[in-house]
Design a protein around this ligand. Structure first.
Ligand code: MG
Length: 360
C-alpha cells in the first residue's frame, strides 16, 4: 500500500523498531474499574542517521486498544514511514490519522519518538523545543483503592518523600471512600493538595453524596465520577457538586472536548498523551479546553519515565495546564527508562537535548 506523505527536508526516518514489554508494578494498583499488578507497554524507536528518537505506548481499554492492536499499528508505521523526511512531527500526524483510525497510544509512541528526534536535531530539551519557560511542576502521587489503614500509611510515606499533592482513587463504596479520604487528611495535615478520581465507578447520586460529605476537606478536583456515557450525570454534578468536576476517560478526541463544553459536563479535563495520540493532538484538545475556560491536568496511564517525560514537557509548555498527575513510574518495580528528577514535590525535566531519557 502506498501512502501519499508530502514532506521534505528536515529529519529522515531510516528505520522504526518496536518492542513490547510487561512492566511489573511494585504493588497491585486498584481503581474503581479493576486491579492490576502489571503494565503492558510498547517501546518504539525511530532511527535517523546516528540519532534515535524514543517513544512508548501504554494501550488500555480506555484508549480502546490492546497490546496486539498497538503492535499492528506500529507494524504499519514501520512499513510505511521508512525513508520519509519531515520538518515537524505534526506532518506525520495527519498521515497516521488517515492510515489508521483510533489507536491513540500507538500514535502517541510515534509522535513522542518524532518529537524526541526533532528536539535532538534542534539541540534543545523537548520542553524548550515546545516553548516552555520553566523546567519543573508539582506532581501528585496516586493512592489506589485499599483499606483505610493501608491508604493512610501509603499517604504518609509519599508525603514523607516530598509529595505535596495526593490523588485518591474512589468510586466503589462512597461511605468507605469518604472515611478513607478524611483519614488521609487527618494524617497528612491541611497543606497537602487533594484530588479524587472515581474512574466512572459511581452513580451520579452517590457521587453527589460523596462530594457533599467531603465539603471542607480541601479536595480540589473530582475526576470522572460517573461512567463515560453518563453525560447527564456529569452535567448534573457539574452544576451541583461542591468539588469541581473534571472529565477524564470520556474525553479522547477534540470532538469529545467540544461535546463536553456544549453539554456543560465538567469544569476541567485530564489530558493524557496516550488517550489523544501524542503531543500534537493533545495540544489541540487543550486548545479547545482553554477556549471553553477549562483548565487542564496532564495525567498518565501505567507508563515508564520515557513517556512521562513527554507528558511533562508538554505540560511545561502549555499555560492552560494547571496540574500534573505524572506518577506512574514511581510505582514500577523496574523502569528501563531514566532521566527525570523529583525535587521538593516537583517533577523536573532533563536538561539534555530531546526527551533526555536513557533506556537501559
Ligand atoms: Mg482519571
Amino acid at each position: 500500500m502506498i501512502f501519499a506523505v508530502v514532506c521534505s527536508g528536515g529529519v529522515r526516518i531510516d528505520l522504526i523498531e518496536f518492542l513490547p514489554m510487561t512492566l511489573q508494578r511494585k504493588e497491585p494498583f486498584t481503581i474503581a474499574r479493576g486491579s492490576s499488578a502489571i503494565s503492558e507497554v510498547v517501546f518504539l524507536s525511530v532511527h535517523s542517521g546516528n540519532r534515535v528518537g524514543q517513544g512508548c505506548a501504554a494501550p488500555t481499554d480506555v484508549t480502546r486498544e490492546n497490546i496486539h492492536s498497538a503492535l499492528n499499528a506500529m507494524q504499519t508505521f514501520a512499513r510505511s514511514l521508512m525513508g520519509l523526511e519531515f520538518d515537524r512531527p505534526s506532518q506525520i500526524r495527519d498521515w497516521a490519522d488517515r492510515a489508521i483510525p483510533g489507536m491513540p497510544s500507538a500514535k502517541a509512541a510515534l509522535d513522542i519518538a518524532l518529537h524526541d528526534l526533532a528536539a535532538q536535531e534542534a539541540r534543545k530539551p523537548l520542553h524548550v523545543y515546545l516553548g516552555a519557560k520553566r523546567d519543573r511542576m508539582r506532581t501528585d502521587m496516586t493512592i489506589g483503592i485499599m483499606d483505610t489503614a493501608s491508604a493512610v500509611a501509603r499517604a504518609e510515606r509519599w508525603v514523607g518523600v516530598g509529595f505535596r499533592a495526593l490523588k485518591i482513587k474512589v468510586g466503589r463504596d462512597w461511605r468507605e471512600d469518604v472515611k478513607r479520604v478524611k483519614a488521609i487528611r487527618r494524617a497528612v495535615g491541611p497543606e497537602i493538595e487533594f484530588r479524587v478520581d472515581g474512574n466512572g465507578g459511581y452513580s451520579w447520586n452517590d457521587a453527589l453524596a460523596f462530594a457533599r460529605h467531603l465539603r471542607g476537606e480541601g479536595v480540589m478536583i473530582f475526576e470522572q465520577p460517573v461512567p463515560v456515557d453518563d453525560w447527564e450525570g456529569m452535567r448534573a454534578l457539574t452544576e451541583s457538586s461542591p468539588i469541581p468536576i473534571m472529565a477524564d476517560e470520556m474525553v479522547l478526541t477534540a470532538d469529545d472536548a467540544k461535546k463536553l463544553r456544549w453539554a456543560n459536563a465538567a469544569r476541567g479535563v485530564n489530558l493524557k498523551l496516550m488517550k489523544h495520540g501524542g503531543i500534537v493532538p493533545t495540544a489541540e484538545v487543550n486548545t479547545i479546553c482553554e477556549s471553553a475556560g477549562y483548565p487542564t491536568m496532564v495525567g498518565c496511564m501505567g507508563e515508564p519515565q520515557l513517556s512521562i517525560a513527554a507528558g511533562l514537557a508538554f505540560a511545561l509548555a502549555q499555560k492552560n495546564v494547571r496540574w500534573i498527575d505524572l506518577d506512574s513510574h514511581f510505582n514500577l518495580a523496574a523502569d528501563p527508562s531514566s532521566g527525570l528528577r523529583f525535587e521538593n514535590g516537583d517533577l523536573v525535566a532533563s536538561p539534555a537535548p530531546g526527551l533526555g531519557i536513557t533506556l537501559a
